[in-house]
Write a protein of this length. Structure first.
Length: 247
């Protein structure tokens, strides 16, 4: 049986992801990042950052390797004011020179969310319009993109690999095995500022309407879309199908 070209390409991408994951197994995150930015994907890689509670780690690491490396921030127009202020603080603090602020298309919002309440009616479609579609456009120049995902954050992330194949590009998760203690130690040792909402119990910060503080005993992402089955915004889901809102 002859496989379609698209299927073959995906298989090759998966094989490359597996090979790179094995090559850098056990390597320090900064070592993997430096190789990715300066050897493997020169000029074709970027960091996608939410400027959330743990984002300062990768932003700090990347700034020390190449402050001109692309950093993509998805501004959904639904962020906490504290997140936007923290973003500006870290950009200045780390000397980041190539932060790309990506927003939803006004025409798409007019069609799907004219009243700004889509999050309450169809959270998946809201994320699709405000995050996934802008993200796909922003990723076009890249062969690989960097994320801050970690296995300990939620049960749905326990099976992640260091490198993953996704559609037409690779995804790198350099902090995949970092624990909460590792994160706290890096913040402390490098004197990194904390997200303003962390002290109020927001261990994972997304859009304001869909994020609450985490309760004792809950995992770090329990405050995202609380009370629903939704666990991811959609930018990390391949071939996901979004149902359009009705009414």
């Amino acid at each position: 049986m002859v496989l379609p070209v698209e299927t073959t390409s995906r298989m090759e991408l998966q094989r490359r992801a597996q090979a790179l994951s094995l090559r850098f197994e056990g390597a320090d995150a900064s070592v993997v990042l430096k190789a990715a930015l300066t050897e493997l994907f020169v000029g074709r890689i970027g960091l996608v950052s939410s400027f959330g509670t743990e984002a300062a780690i990768l932003l700090h690491m990347v700034s020390r390797i190449d402050p001109y490396a692309p950093v993509v921030f998805l501004d959904t127009w639904k962020h906490f004011a504290e997140t936007l202020a923290y973003r500006d603080q870290l950009i200045e603090r780390f000397g980041l020179c190539n932060v790309q602020i990506v927003t939803p298309r006004p025409a798409q919002l007019e069609a799907d969310d004219p009243d700004g309440d889509l999050h309450a009616r169809n959270a998946d479609l809201c994320c699709h319009v405000r995050k996934t579609l802008p993200m796909l456009s922003a990723l076009r120049p890249f062969d690989c993109w960097i994320t801050g995902r970690k296995r300990h954050q939620a049960r749905t992330r326990a099976g992640m690999q260091l490198f993953e194949g996704e559609e037409r590009r690779l995804k790198l998760n350099p902090l995949i095995d970092w624990s909460a203690d590792d994160i706290a130690a890096y913040f402390r040792e490098n004197d990194l500022p904390e997200h303003p909402l962390k002290s109020a119990g927001y261990l994972s910060v997304g859009c304001l309407p869909c994020t609450r503080a985490v309760k004792p005993g809950e995992d770090a992402r329990a405050g995202r879309w609380a009370g629903t089955d939704k666990t991811e915004c959609g930018i990390h889901i391949v071939d996901g199908k979004i149902a359009r809102a009705v009414g």
